[in-house]
Design a protein around this ligand. Structure first.
Ligand SMILES: [Fe+2]
Length: 179
């Protein structure tokens, strides 16, 4: 279950109903996949072969196709990040830059954890969404945000795209960002 931290006030929001209500209010799609569907041999495995990635896509095929049909995604893949990922430090530096893109950014977390930092409405400002396995989130198009790993630095997620070009990031400097 995701948890929220509002950066300006350090307020935390937890519990499914509260998290869902908060994210609804911020127009952030938040749904669930059954985390326990992940085959046992892939638990705590963050370096994946192509075959294992395919197993993950097959495991969540129904959920992926339902989302794709509802929201127009055409392609999907599996991304895995951990300390074993080549150039992980450089990648994280690149990730930790506030940006926007013209497509929404949707992720189904299959294993591990991660954080989206998202710009909320004017009153709320930036907030963190701490994600764990089973959380599905979509950052709306053109909304300032970035993604990073949590302390365990391990995540596997399914990504869905309408078209790959829609995901080209435009970096922005935002003076209202709260570190
Ligand atoms: Fe993004």
């Amino acid at each position: 279950m995701a948890e929220i931290r509002i950066r300006n006030t350090n307020e935390r929001i937890s519990g499914e109903e509260n998290v869902r209500a908060f994210l609804d209010n911020q127009e952030v799609l938040y749904e669930h996949w059954e985390a326990s569907k992940l085959p046992a041999e892939l638990h705590n495995k963050f370096v994946l072969s192509d075959e294992e990635k395919q197993t993950i896509l097959s495991t969540y095929d129904e959920e992926i196709r339902e989302l794709a049909a509802r929201r127009g995604y055409q392609i999907w893949d599996v991304i895995s990040l951990s300390d074993a990922t080549p150039n992980i430090e450089d990648l994280l530096k690149k990730f930790e830059q506030i940006h926007t893109h013209t497509e929404d950014e949707i992720r189904g977390i299959v294993s591990g954890r991660g954080i989206f930092i998202i710009k909320g409405d004017e009153e709320t400002g930036y907030f963190d969404v701490e994600l764990e396995a089973g959380d599905v989130i979509s950052v709306p198009e053109n909304r300032a945000h970035f993604f990073t790993l949590m302390d365990n630095r391990e995540i596997i997620a399914v990504r869905l795209f309408i078209e790959k070009d829609g995901w080209i990031a435009t970096n922005i400097e935002d003076p209202t960002f709260t570190k």
